[in-house]
Ligand binder design. Structure first.
Ligand SMILES: [Zn+2]
Length: 217
């Protein structure tokens, strides 16, 4: 989604990519649950209680609004609206993937409370939903990873750039050398020997002219 429009800045790509994972912020309680399970007789159940509570239209709008603020007044209004829309789309792609393929291993289905907190009863579910570790998710993971690598080779940057520009350039250089050296060969600096030959050639090219002047004299 962050590659949907050309010439995105790192900041824009970061915002769009973040929107694709931020709904799962409501599942972060799983960490506390894990710790209390080991340390307490009454472990918390934050994950079961709150997971999917941020998978809502309201939170999508909040995220788009925050993205517009984060972009600042630098980009044009049209550009900010485009990125805000891509943030919302990216967020909804997450919801779509959850609806399609995130059934629990025990067969349990989570309804997406899309209209919460305005309508807590409304939930989106799909009877054909496959389990989290089913083959379509594995195939999608592989295809999308390959797609990411192909784009990194072609465009010269990867999602790693969100974390470190230096590491990103190292990865892109390695990928280009390994898979597309013929397209991205770096020009080697001219060495002494090559320069010497070039000078000889240049001198040889001038000789007939000099000789002609001598002959005239
Ligand atoms: Zn989710």
């Amino acid at each position: 989604m962050a590659e949907a429009t050309p010439n995105t800045s790192v900041k824009e790509r970061t915002l769009i990519a973040l929107a694709a994972v931020i709904p799962d912020l409501d599942g972060i309680g799983i960490v506390v649950d894990g710790v209390t399970k080991l340390t307490s007789d009454e472990p918390t159940e934050l994950f079961v209680t709150y997971h999917h509570d941020l998978h809502t239209l309201a939170f999508a709008l909040v995220c788009s609004g925050l993205a517009l603020l984060a972009l600042g007044k630098g980009p044009t209004l049209a550009r900010r609206l485009l990125i805000g829309a891509l943030v919302a789309l990216s967020f909804h792609l997450h919801l779509l993937c959850d609806i399609a393929g995130s059934r629990g291993p025990d067969g349990h289905q989570w309804p997406i409370p899309y209209l919460k907190p305005f309508d807590a009863e409304f939930g989106i579910m799909w009877s054909g939903q496959w389990v989290l570790n089913a083959w379509p998710n594995l195939v999608l993971t592989v295809v999308l990873l390959v797609g990411t690598l192909v784009l990194a080779v072609r465009r010269g940057y990867s999602p790693l750039g969100i974390v470190s520009a230096k590491a990103d350039q190292a990865v892109v250089r390695t990928l280009r050398t390994r898979f597309a050296a013929h397209r991205f060969e770096e020009k080697a600096p001219p060495n002494e020997a090559a320069l010497g030959v070039a000078n000889e050639v240049a001198r040889a090219a001038e000789l007939p002219a000099d000789a002609a002047i001598d002959n005239d004299a």
